[in-house]
Design a binder for this molecule. Structure first.
Ligand code: ARG
Length: 562
């Protein structure tokens, strides 16, 4: 909004030399308020105008009309624009009050579908922190895209197919104990899986047996299918508890197994296009021209692979949802896989392959060590969430012992803290997970943001404030300006978060807004009776409203009281 105003003013005097777009692209945000709100560098014009940038800046300053701004200053080769605080604050506060929870919404998507492949844990294995990342990043992206006018389709591409199920069935046939599995399914199944993998290292016969069990599974053998469905339903029960805690739901649970009967078509399409080659008995698509290793479509025994199922899934999703984009929130260790997937689809002649986007993310470590299911270095997510909720409960009980509904609030705070922590870092960063840093009311945490919002609500309640859409709320002091600018930035940040598939942009916005507001709160007596009181309260109202939106986009609740 403010950039637009500056760009329009510059365009009026620079029409002959630069387009409006070029001007917008040149605008910068000064590092400190001493240099104003928006800056325009004149270096680019120097060549066209054959003048020194400093001289250009001087001339432009003289030509520009200043009534839209508090002032325009020349600083070397830069023009610094100081926005009219009273005017901007009036516009922003009213816009937020009027729009409520639709503030920042836009219709970029025109109702088109964006399918989001997210969470996608492997059955018969514990739900890992890595899958937590995929779950919360995917969910935040769904919320962000929906706010921008797309329809998000959240797909849980369960890892419920593959040779590992041959291993698991082999293990169960050897050592399985039904009662034990019924009692704690994932722990038992994982133990069987670890044990059989160890044995398979030295015993070729085990591998053969596993291969043949998977083959039977793919061919629809009923004993294999029954065991597999049992493993799957037990696993889904555990996953459901976790999704419930996280407050996240899916539009589809079509996992890898769903594509079992849809892969033959893919293989025949590849064959018709002459893309299949055989390599040491296996069937592959050569991807030399993409500088990628060949995509392995079928093993020598005819068994299909992870990528075969992903090819079928992509084609199925295009047909079913006619997506504008298909996002895959999957760890960066699978980058090569997604490059291969796109390349094979391109080879098949699908131009929509361009719209597949792998949204990768970094690793979570624990005490500096990589988490690995196979090596037993696992962090069980459900236990982490429960522990986070307990810690939140302890903190709340200490701060506010009489709070009604303490358990529900503690869950919103504890689990919200884990989600927020996961989303606040650039998604590609690796980070070490330590609950001590996560459930904290101080620092750059979810509870800090939630607490800031709860506090602003209590100020509003104390003043019995209700926003008035016809009021003329204006503020022009330096303290409120920092807050106003962040409120104004929300719609821009939202679009940026979408363009970069980066929920951390929203989390950082929430932190910055909360920090700016707390600074304001420390400096200004909001409740003091004077001419500005209603405008100050309108600012508080706008802050809580936008903080709530930020948190909602991230999938974090905002308790009214804490
Ligand atoms: N189940 C896989 C894993 O845990 C993730 C699946 C990601 N989605 C996909 N379409 N390949 O590594």
């Amino acid at each position: 909004m403010s950039e637009q105003l500056v760009a329009n003013n510059l365009y009026a005097v620079l029409k002959e030399h630069l387009t409006l777009e070029a001007i917008s692209d040149l605008l910068e945000k000064p590092k400190t308020q001493a240099h104003g709100d928006v800056a325009f560098p004149t270096f680019t014009l120097a060549k066209a105008l054959r003048k020194a940038p400093q001289a250009i800046a001087q001339e432009l300053a003289a030509q520009l009309k200043t009534d839209d701004f508090e002032k325009i200053e020349v600083a070397g080769s830069y023009l610094n624009f100081f926005l009219n605080k009273a005017q901007v604050s009036r516009e922003v506060l009213l816009e937020i009050i009027e729009a409520g929870e639709t503030y920042g919404a836009a219709n970029l998507g025109d109702g088109r579908n964006i399918v989001i492949d997210m969470s996608s844990p492997n059955i018969a294995k514990p739900f890992s922190m890595g899958h937590l990342r995929s779950t919360v990043i995917g969910n935040a992206l769904a919320n962000i895209t929906e706010k921008l006018g797309y329809k998000a389709v959240k797909i849980n591409h369960l890892g419920d197919w593959g040779t590992q199920f041959g291993m698991l069935i082999t293990a169960y046939k050897k050592w399985g104990d039904k009662a034990k599995i019924d009692e704690s399914p994932i722990t038992e199944l994982l133990a069987l899986y670890v044990r059989i993998n160890k044995l398979a290292k030295t015993d070729e016969a085990v591998k053969d047996e596993a291969r043949s069990w998977f083959k039977r599974l793919e061919d629809g053998d009923s004993e294999a299918l029954d065991l597999w469905s049992w493993f799957k339903s037990e696993s889904l029960k555990e996953f459901a508890r976790i999704y419930d805690l996280l407050g996240i739901s899916f539009d589809s649970y079509n996992g890898e197994a769903f594509y079992n009967d849809k892969m033959a078509e893919v293989v025949s399409l590849l064959d018709t296009k002459g893309l299949l080659e055989s390599s040491q008995g296996a069937t592959v698509v050569n991807l030399d021209k993409y500088n990628l290793t060949p995509a392995l479509i079928k093993k020598s025994d005819g068994a299909t692979l992870y990528i075969t199922r992903d090819l079928a899934a992509a084609i199925y999703r295009k047909r079913t949802y006619d997506f504008a984009k298909a996002l895959y929130a999957v760890g960066n260790e699978q980058s090569a896989h997604f490059s291969q997937l796109k390349a094979v689809l391109k080879e098949l002649g699908y131009d929509w392959a361009e719209n597949l986007v792998h949204v990768p993310f970094g690793l979570i470590t624990k005490d500096g060590k990589k988490l690995s299911t196979r090596e037993g270095n696992v962090v069980l997510l459900e236990a982490v969430l429960n522990e986070a909720d307990e810690r939140a409960l302890a903190l709340i009980t200490e701060k506010n012992p009489d709070l009604p509904n303490k358990e529900a609030t503690a869950h919103a705070v504890g689990t919200g803290a884990v989600i927020f922590h996961d989303l606040k870092n650039d998604r590609l960063n690796n980070f070490d997970f330590n609950l001590d840093e996560v459930v904290q009311f101080e620092g750059e945490t979810g509870p800090y943001v939630q607490y800031t919002r709860a506090r602003s609500i209590s100020i509003l309640n104390k003043a019995a404030f209700t926003p008035d859409k016809n009021a003329n709320y204006t503020l022009n002091d330096a303290e409120s300006w920092e807050v106003i600018k962040l409120l104004q930035a929300f719609p821009v940040e939202l679009k940026r978060a979408y363009a970069n598939y980066e929920p951390s942009i929203i989390a950082k916005h929430a932190i910055h807004l909360a920090q700016a507001f707390n600074k304001y709160y420390a400096h200004v007596r909001i409740l003091e009776d004077n001419a500005e009181k209603q405008s100050r309260l309108a600012l508080v109202y706008a802050v809580q409203s936008v903080l709530k939106e930020d948190l909602a986009l991230l999938g974090v609740e905002s308790p009214e009281q804490m």
